[in-house]
Design a protein. Structure first.
Length: 424
């Protein structure tokens, strides 16, 4: 801990200087006597003893949160010797506010005393909140010197996008061989009844349709449709960003991706994620709660990285982007590189749905009100109609979403042409 003089030294020196100047100028000895106590205080304040030893412990209540949830920070102080005054300050990142207590505090500790300091933070917007520990400042007995140090902590709190239930996620056009919630036209083991046929060697007795048997005579069995799952790959556009911090189109698209991932994983589908931007990152398709955790961890770190390099979907391995997967692209459709990428996927025969996140609402919220801003927002919305209609004419399925209304309401309007299912 390094000690240095405080601003109080300058005040004392100013007082001493004025007292001596006026005493000499007026010839009054009492003014010179007034300068003696500040001089003695300055002399004593420069004599520093050993730095009191402080033991600091930094803890957080949660390591994973949802947007707008609270996390409590607890700092424990223990002094081996008496400490006249210690000041603590926990620096706060952006989009974090204190809802209980204070992140700036003062304490006086006796020898062997332990003090707990606790405050609660509210985390707005997806982020990886890093709390590096408090700044510690120890004040001298007269306040003329202070020692400063930084307690280093390595706590990172992942703030995940907020979830909302989806009842109408796009239905995959192609299914896989694993068991899921989609009824397949293929006959086999399942719950949904299908055709009725005569009994054959190898059929199980529990499949016998007794009503048909009594009517037709010979034994008949009921065939069932298989229940299959699907592969779903979320393609997140991080090439462009519009809006204020915490409410950009990337933040809105990340929340939609979290909703879609949770909805499809609840239906036993395999879900993967590709972050298409300055850095190409992906999560291999999988299922279960652990897969949702991996997707959310990737969405927390999704951000715009400026680059002139054109990313090609050919760089994505086939195991990350299976040929029979349903690809859900979430993008404001502002960067032509992403538009070319989704057009390439559609030309290859991928089952593709583009969720066009409108940047107009995010930009409108960032610039504030006014007639000029309203007119600009309306003109921008009209200009976007042309490129989107052109993509529809090229055969792409596009769902327009303003990012304000629930995503489920926008997906409910989706009308897709019937496609031939490819079944294993």
């Amino acid at each position: 801990m390094s000690w240095r003089p405080t601003a109080l030294n300058l005040s004392f020196l100013t007082l001493v200087g004025w007292a001596l100047f006026l005493g000499v100028l007026t010839g009054r000895a009492e003014l010179i006597v007034v300068a003696i106590p500040p001089v003695v205080a300055l002399a004593l304040g420069r004599r520093q003893g050993p730095t009191p030893a402080l033991t600091v412990t930094h803890e957080v209540s949660e390591e994973r949160l949802i947007e707008d949830e609270h996390v409590s920070v607890t700092v424990t102080l223990r002094a081996d010797v008496a400490v006249p005054l210690v000041e603590l300050l926990e620096p706060l990142p952006t989009r974090v506010t204190v809802v209980e207590g204070s992140h700036h505090a003062f304490f006086t500790l006796r020898a062997g005393e332990t003090v707990r300091w606790r405050f609660t933070l509210r985390c707005a917007g997806r982020q990886r909140l890093r709390l590096g520990g408090p700044h510690v400042r120890q004040w001298g007995p007269l306040g003329l010197a202070a020692g400063e140090a930084r307690y280093r902590a390595s706590h990172a709190v992942a703030v995940y996008p907020q979830f909302s239930a989806l009842r109408h996620p796009p239905r995959p056009g192609r299914t896989q061989t694993s068991v899921g919630n989609y009824v397949s036209p293929a006959q086999g083991e399942g719950i949904e009844p299908g055709d009725i046929r005569p009994f054959a060697p190898g059929d199980q007795v529990r499949h016998v349709n007794w009503r048909a048997t009594l009517r037709l005579g010979p034994l008949h069995v009921t065939q069932h449709h298989r229940e299959r799952n699907a592969d779903v790959v979320l393609l997140l556009d991080t090439l462009s960003e519009v809006g204020s911090a915490g409410a950009t189109v990337v933040d809105v698209a990340a929340r939609a991706a979290a909703d879609l991932a949770a909805a499809y994983l609840a239906r036993k589908d395999r879900v993967g994620l590709i972050e298409y931007g300055g850095q190409l990152r992906w999560v291999r398709p999988g299922s279960g709660r652990a897969q949702l955790q991996r997707v959310l961890d990737t969405l927390v770190d999704a951000s715009v990285v400026f680059t002139y390099v054109t990313r090609d979907v050919d760089l994505v391995p086939p195991r990350i982007l299976p040929p029979q997967a349903l690809v859900l692209a979430l993008s404001p459709l502002l960067d032509p590189r992403f538009v070319r990428a989704v057009a390439d996927l559609a030309a290859r025969g991928f089952d593709l749905v583009v969720v066009a996140v409108s940047p107009v609402a995010a930009a409108r919220a960032a610039v504030g009100g006014g007639r000029v801003a309203d007119a600009a927002a309306r003109l921008w919305a009209v200009e976007r109609r042309g490129p989107i209609d052109e993509l529809r004419r090229r055969g792409l399925t596009i769902v327009e979403w303003d990012g304000v209304e629930p995503l489920d309401a926008a997906l409910a309007t989706l009308r897709r042409p019937r496609q031939r299912r490819v079944l294993a």
